[in-house]
Design a protein around this ligand. Sequence first.
Ligand SMILES: Nc1ncnc2c1ncn2[C@@H]1O[C@H](COP(=O)(O)OP(=O)(O)OP(=O)(O)O)[C@@H](O)[C@H]1O
Length: 270
Amino acid sequence: MAELSLSSPAPGRPVLQARGVRLGFAGEVVLDDVSLDIAPREFVAVVGVSGVGKSTLLRALAGLLTPQRGTVNLPAVDEPATRPWSMVFQAPRLFPWRQVRGNVELGLEGLALSRRERRSRALEQLALVGLEAFAERWPRTLSGGQQQRVGIARALAVKPRVLFMDEPFSALDALTRQRLQVELGELRRRSEAAILFVTHDIEEAVLLADRVVVLGKPGEGEPARVSEIVAVDLPLSGRREHPAFREYIHRLERHIGIDTPTSTPQESSS
Ligand SMILES: Nc1ncnc2c1ncn2[C@@H]1O[C@H](COP(=O)(O)OP(=O)(O)OP(=O)(O)O)[C@@H](O)[C@H]1O
């Protein structure tokens, strides 16, 4: 059996640092004592049962929610014409009255770029997601997977230090989801961004991440905390076929406390 290591904070100067974060709504504490470092270009997945607080954590790390306690340090903008972070949501959230290129250019509009630079950066990002030929199309004429690719291109166009992705593939059919997972694996090689990726799909987390953060409640009615962090010590290429791939998934499933109906008797006995 492969060595499954518990991860210490990532090495190097983090691009994002959370310390002792507590967060809640209307008197109910949802998350407590959450600390996490994300290293440059690292891919961190956050998993946990529905309603545990994954999206809340993502929004806190992006600075969209203010912690009741603790701190979040987002990267400072240290390069012109970039943004410290950007986000991809479950739905692509494209503006129907702007063509595909116009949607990608949207996030660039407040930056110090000429029209021509905005255009060429948008086209460059669309090429990265395989949609250069769709630049002048209207969003409604694209498939769900293509629209989500445009959303990813728009988020990457601002050259973020951290890209937040909140269940970006969960609304897509299984085949499209698999294709986009492969494409995201490719994209991350070419992008400078660290990625914080929320998913309820453990297989997806193990497939893509350097580390998987498990959010869990220590007891009924208690706020969620980071209950485990697993470093996925497998090569990115051919990861799904690696003999240890399923071991990581089963370990995380056991930890979260969910059944493993997908495992074959052969796998369970290994
Ligand atoms: N704006 C809000 N106001 C009040 N409660 C909220 C708000 N946003 C989230 N919550 C509550 O916080 C808890 C965590 O929600 P969150 O969306 O972060 O969970 P999640 O793990 O992302 O769930 P899922 O996997 O189902 O998307 C839930 O109990 C939810 O009802």
